[in-house]
Design a protein around this ligand. Structure first.
Ligand code: TNX
Length: 555
């Protein structure tokens, strides 16, 4: 039998040894060098925090957003480590010790800024808003090692970050190919992991109409389906397989909520006046010739666009947008505007009559027909402002004389964006080169899934700078951020979407979170394998070869 004194001695020795071992090399240690890299990581003089199942996740009582954040953190920790932590509402900071706590702190900079404080006693994730706390949660989540553990050691530190840009977007074309609500939700999950906050959802196009509109049921009944799809890059061969699908309004609301829970705003796109053949197949009177039209089975640009000579067309556009405005609570609605050839309008007596009635005259290099598109855009802009919405559209809008409350999405290179910002438009940068993620990610394409073309490597994405050097200081605030576009002509299934966006989304995330001088590609590449382990954990497909420096991965 040991004496009481001996027991105490043994305990003291054990206590001295255990923490030393705990912070040792057992592999279960957090690493805060995540992607996107936090703005600052300062060590704190303290022992590690030992994260175990016995810890609680605290959140402020009565705050539903913070409760959801807490539940989400619990889920992430469980997925990463297998440890199940309970969540608990707390009233006072006294209860915070010994646990992981989510807090709101209005001293933190930026709407989405976060601060994580780890000491031997507690972990605090603070933000000025619940959205900021959510970003902090993502950082903590990514810092955990992947794999089952009974204990994870979190080095004592203060970690802070704030995104450089407020608009951090990913686009998804669910028209050219259709993706299930589950696949869209997984896309949202992937975005959340990367600190992205805007999903531009392309819902209508020539090849399909994918959003239920109660007033026009044929849009999805007829316009939601095509009788075949061309094989490859518009080959003469067609698979002859009926293809389609759409999202019911209930499904849309569910996805909008799912995104909002992850602080992601969805910007729906109803593309007009071009890319509208699916709607015209359902309601042929919407076109200049009256059709008949077929939901398109090829890729590219068609001359058949909405007829603006008919009052019915404008009423149709308003009715559709009224339903869309109610489905999507975000402030912006994307009204397309790209690739609208005007040959039909040139030969359409009704459109010409409209041009005369409105007194539209060609100005400089803007034809009367271009200005007719401007008339539609301005009409829609005014209509949507009644719903508290602002429009965003492709950079073609700059050639149609629209006022500066329209945000411009610069896709045909960075120049239209710079020009738009000079004129006073807000701008989202999404130049084909390097932000089209439907393009190849290597010049050695033989071993890649078929893509649109091009070559947007991980490095090119990483090196992208959204704000042009020549943009004057007083115009720079107009650049809201950037977005990668994922057109799906050649992307037929969910793993292929993931392959195209991972790991390029990681590079874009760093472009959007860090100041240019904070970026370092070599360092990014060193941090990337740990992020890829998380991709693997969730069974997401990604281009593993991109983890090797470009010059070493030529086939
Ligand atoms: C151009 S980007 C388009 C899309 C295509 C894409 C393919 C834009 C506004 N229009 O309709 O899907 O290229 O990369």
């Amino acid at each position: 039998m040991m004496t009481f004194k001996q027991i105490i001695t043994v305990l003291v020795i054990l206590l001295a040894i255990v923490p030393a071992q705990a912070s040792g090399t057992d592999g279960h240690r957090a690493n805060y060098q995540v992607i996107p890299l936090p703005g600052a990581i300062h060590g704190i003089k303290s022992a590690d925090f030992a994260l175990t199942q016995q810890r609680l996740i605290n959140y402020p009582t009565g705050n539903r957003d913070m409760e959801r954040n807490a539940a989400m953190l619990g889920q992430y920790i469980e997925e990463m480590t297998g440890m199940h932590l309970s969540i608990r509402p707390t009233r006072s900071t006294r209860e915070i010790a010994d646990n992981v706590s989510l807090l709101l702190d209005d001293k933190i900079k930026g709407e989405e800024g976060y601060r994580i404080t780890v000491t031997a006693r507690s972990v605090e994730i603070a933000g000025r808003t619940p959205a900021g706390v959510f970003q902090g949660i993502q950082v903590l989540r990514k810092s955990l090692p992947v794999g089952h553990a009974a204990i994870v050691h979190l080095p004592a530190a203060q970690i802070e970050g704030e995104p450089r840009f407020g608009y951090r977007g990913m686009h998804l074309d669910c028209v050219r190919h259709f993706f299930s609500t589950e696949a869209v939700k997984r896309y949202i999950d992937i975005m959340a992991l990367h600190g992205m906050n805007r999903l531009h959802w392309h819902l209508t196009d020539d090849q399909g109409w994918r959003v239920e509109i109660k007033k026009y049921p044929r849009l999805t009944e007829v316009g939601g389906w095509r009788n075949g799809t061309t094989l490859g890059h518009n080959s003469p061969v067609n698979d002859g397989i009926r293809y389609g699908g759409y999202y019911s309004q209930e499904e849309i609301r569910d996805i909008v909520r799912y995104a909002a829970d992850r602080y992601i705003t969805i910007i729906p796109e109803i593309d007009m006046p071009g890319h509208m053949v699916a709607a015209m197949a359902a309601y042929p009177e919407l076109g200049c010739t009256g059709g008949p039209y077929e939901v398109w089975q090829r890729w590219g640009v068609t001359d058949d666009i909405l007829c603006l000579g008919k009052d019915n067309t404008l009423r149709f556009v308003e009715d559709v947008l009224a339903e869309v405005a109610q489905l999507f609570p975000g402030e912006m609605i994307h009204i397309g505007g790209d690739e609208s050839p005007r040959v039909r309008w040139e030969h359409c007596p009704r459109c010409q009559q409209r041009i005369r009635e409105l007194g539209i005259k060609a100005e400089g290099n803007q034809s009367a027909e271009a200005l007719l598109q401007g008339y539609l855009t301005t009409h829609v802009q005014q209509f949507l402002s009644g719903y508290g919405k602002r429009i965003i559209g492709w950079d073609e809008l700059l050639g149609c004389k629209v006022d500066t409350t329209a945000t411009i999405m610069s896709w045909r290179g960075p120049e239209p964006g710079a020009q738009g910002a000079q004129l006073g438009h807000d701008v989202v940068m999404t130049p084909v080169d390097p932000l089209y993620f439907d393009y190849y990610q290597t010049s050695s394409t033989w071993n890649e899934p078929q893509a649109f073309g091009g070559c947007n490597t991980l490095k090119k994405v990483y090196d992208f700078e959204p704000v042009a050097d020549k943009l004057p200081a007083d115009k720079r605030h107009h650049i809201l951020g950037a977005q990668a576009n994922v057109w799906t002509e050649y992307i037929t299934c969910e793993p292929q979407i993931q392959y195209q966006v991972l790991p390029r989304m990681a590079a874009l995330a760093e472009v959007l979170w860090l100041e240019p001088q904070e970026k370092n590609y070599q360092d990014f590449l060193e941090r990337l394998p740990r992020l890829a382990q998380i991709y693997q954990l969730y069974n997401w497909t990604y281009r593993a070869k991109s983890l090797i420096p470009e010059d070493e991965n030529k086939d």
